[in-house]
Design a protein around this ligand. Structure first.
Ligand SMILES: [Zn+2]
Length: 318
């Protein structure tokens, strides 16, 4: 059993611990936020989300429910929307212990603010040799585009459903994406695959990807071919959503040979091909599932009962 707030705090803690920027950089980001808040006038403070002072992930929030609620059981999934919340209620009627609905993808205020977390992409590219000034410029434009794209959405539908049915509801997006990115990068570094085909084979040994492969949605090469040598392999699975296509060129120039990601738009794929870069789609939902599973291990180890749905095949590792 864990308190609702403890589950949220743990998500932020593991997210920071596995953040590709490193913990020192996160500290700087949070310090800057605190300074910004202090300098605000009272009428501005009213509209400031206080979670930003301690949580560097705009796309991860407690969405409804009393933070002091004891969570004995939860249902987790990749997308937890009104239909899944009604499903949770049916399961609860049948006797399942469900106090919390835990989504991966953002809902409510976390969805509305998804774009803010994307700034970290510039830091990730900088690790691979793209100058931070170029990275900041490229991601800034793309963030504005994503922010505008999210404006028409009815963000709070699922949150309203959870509130009416009396569930605690939260989501953990970037923290879990940090977990999967770190996990798959270490795994591939250790395997040191010599061809693109070898990367696919190695990925298929991970249970979530194997399951996806058995369901026609396994890892696939979308730029390059299986006999090619991959060069420097970079796993790119965090930072909110897809970055700008111009980053492909910069990453290629910086020496990245192959990107293993969750998904790539046609624009990104073309840009990568033009720059002789290879791309592997590891699989969106299967990758998200790995990140969630790594987090759920920690909750189960604290005595919380876990049910999964919405594309999340539970694999327990520790
Ligand atoms: Zn996702």
């Amino acid at each position: 059993m864990m308190k609702f707030r403890a589950i949220y705090d743990l998500a932020i803690e593991v997210g920071i611990h596995h953040d590709p920027r490193g913990e020192a950089e996160i500290e700087k980001v949070l310090e800057k936020k605190n300074k910004q808040y202090e300098d605000m006038k009272d009428d501005e403070k009213e509209f400031f989300d206080a979670d930003e002072l301690t949580n560097p992930y705009s796309d991860t929030r407690m969405l409804t429910g009393d933070p002091d609620t004891e969570i004995n059981g939860l249902i987790a999934g990749i997308d937890m929307e009104t239909q899944e919340i009604v499903l949770a209620d049916r399961l609860r009627e049948k006797g399942e212990k469900i106090d919390l609905v835990l989504a991966h993808h953002p809902e409510g205020k976390a969805l509305a603010a998804l774009a803010d977390v994307m700034a970290m992409q510039a830091d990730i590219w900088a690790k691979y040799g793209v100058p931070i000034n170029i990275g900041d410029d490229l991601i800034g434009e793309r963030m504005t585009e994503v922010r505008r794209g999210l404006m028409p959405i009815n963000h709070n539908r699922a949150v309203d459903a959870a509130r009416l049915l009396g569930f605690c509801f939260m989501n953990s997006h970037t923290p879990c994406d940090n977990l999967v990115m770190d996990f798959v990068q270490r795994y591939l570094d250790e395997k040191a695959p010599s061809t693109m085909g070898d990367i696919i084979k190695a990925l298929r040994e991970i249970p979530e990807y194997k399951d996806a492969a058995l369901n026609n949605s396994g890892p696939a090469i979308v730029a390059g071919d299986s006999s090619k040598r991959p060069g420097k392999v970079v796993v790119d699975m965090t930072g909110g959503t897809e970055g700008p296509e111009a980053a492909m060129e910069r990453l290629a120039d910086a020496g990245v040979g192959t990107i293993v990601g969750m998904h790539f738009s046609e624009k990104l794929r073309k840009k990568a091909s033009e720059n002789h870069m290879n791309l592997i789609v590891a699989g969106h939902i299967a990758s998200d599932a790995i990140g969630m599973n790594l987090f759920l291990d920690k909750l189960e180890n604290n005595g919380v009962t876990v049910l999964t749905t919405s594309g999340l095949v539970r694999v327990k590792r520790s």
